[in-house]
Design a binder for this molecule. Structure first.
Ligand SMILES: C[S@@+](CC[C@H](N)C(=O)[O-])C[C@H]1O[C@@H](n2cnc3c(N)ncnc32)[C@H](O)[C@@H]1O
Ligand SMILES: O=C(O)C(=O)C[C@]1(C(=O)O)C=C[C@@H](O)C=C1
Length: 247
C-alpha cells in the first residue's frame, strides 16, 4: 500500500510443513496485509472507495473521525485524501504495533489536509468522543462476542447528532445451504485470486475461534440494543457485508 514499495505477496499459509498457529496481526501478516485482505475479502476495494464518498457526506466540521482497527491506514487514506470538511481530526486505533509501524507512510496525502493521530491501543479501552464517523472495517469480528455490545453502545453515545457508524464484517447465514454455498463462493474468490487449496484451508483453521462472524440479524439486534435508531446494509459481497448505522 505504500506508494514507494511494490505490494508484498501474501504467502503466510503457503508452506505445507509450517505449524498453523492461531491467526495474529504480527509482523508476518502486517508485512503482506494489503495483498492479503484484497485477495481475501470480496468487495474490499469497493468498500474503501465508497467509504470516501460516505465520509464526504457525514463528516462534520469540528468533529473526530475514528477508524477502529485501522491496520495500514487504508480507511483513513480513503476518507481523508479528498475530504474538504474543515477542522477534522482522524484517530486511527490498532493494537498491532507491526500494523501501526507501517501505517503513517500510507497517510501522506491525508496528513497534508487533516490532523491524524495514531494510537496503539485496544479499541475497547479507547475513549471515543465528538465523533461524526466511526469505522469498524472488519474489526468487530475479532472482539469477544460478549464484549461487542459495550463497545457499540460507547460508539453510539460518542456520536454527534447525525453521526454514523460504518460496520463491515464477515457474516454467517442461518440457512445451512446458503452458508455452505456462500462459503464455497468465498473460497472460489480466493482461488481465483491465486490462493491454493492448502493456503485456503490453513488460513481457515488459523482463523477458527479468532475471527467469530455472526448473522445479519445478530448484528442488527445488537446495533438496536446499543442505541442506534436505524441501520441498513449498503454493500454485501458473498459472506461479507457492511452496515451503515445511524444514531
Ligand atoms: C481485518 S483488520 C482491519 C482492516 C482495516 N480496517 C482495513 O480496512 O484495511 C483488523 C485490525 O483490527 C486490529 N484489532 C483487532 N482487535 C483489536 C483490538 N481489540 N483493539 C485494537 N485493534 C484490534 C488488528 O490488529 C487488525 O489490524
Ligand atoms: O481470509 C478470510 O477468510 C477472511 O475472513 C478475511 C480476513 C478478514 O475478514 O478480516 C481475515 C483475516 C485478515 O485480516 C484479512 C481478511
Amino acid at each position: 500500500m505504500s506508494e514507494n514499495q511494490p505490494p508484498k505477496k501474501d504467502q503466510v499459509y503457503a508452506d505445507p510443513r509450517a505449524q498453523v498457529d492461531a491467526f495474529a496481526f504480527d509482523e508476518g501478516v502486517a508485512d503482506v496485509f494489503d495483498d492479503m485482505i484484497r485477495r481475501s475479502v470480496p468487495g474490499y476495494g469497493m468498500t474503501l472507495s465508497l467509504l470516501g464518498i460516505i465520509a464526504q457526506h457525514y463528516a462534520k466540521p469540528g468533529t473526530r473521525i475514528y477508524d477502529l482497527g485501522c491496520s495500514l491506514g487504508a480507511g483513513i487514506a480513503s476518507m481523508g485524501s479528498k475530504l474538504d470538511t474543515p477542522d477534522i481530526t482522524f484517530h486511527g486505533i490498532d493494537n498491532s504495533q507491526p500494523m501501526l509501524d507501517r501505517c503513517r507512510p500510507n497517510l501522506a496525502d491525508v496528513d497534508k489536509r487533516h490532523t491524524v493521530e495514531l494510537h496503539c491501543q485496544n479499541i475497547q479501552d479507547t475513549p471515543i468522543e465528538n465523533a461524526s464517523i466511526v469505522v469498524l472495517n472488519f474489526t468487530l469480528q475479532f472482539i469477544p462476542k460478549e464484549e461487542r455490545h459495550e463497545l457499540l453502545a460507547r460508539i453510539c453515545q460518542s456520536l454527534v447528532p447525525g453521526g454514523i457508524l460504518v460496520l463491515s464484517e464477515k457474516i454467517l447465514f442461518d440457512d445451512p445451504h446458503i452458508q455452505e454455498d456462500l462459503t464455497t463462493l468465498h473460497h472460489d474468490f480466493k482461488r481465483a485470486n491465486g490462493y491454493s487449496d492448502l493456503e485456503i484451508s490453513q488460513k481457515r483453521s488459523s482463523l477458527e475461534n479468532v475471527l467469530v462472524p455472526e448473522t445479519i440479524d445478530a448484528h442488527e439486534s445488537r446495533l438496536a440494543a446499543a442505541g442506534f435508531a436505524r441501520d441498513e446494509i449498503w454493500l454485501q459481497c458473498f459472506n461479507f457485508a457492511s452496515f451503515l448505522a445511524f444514531k
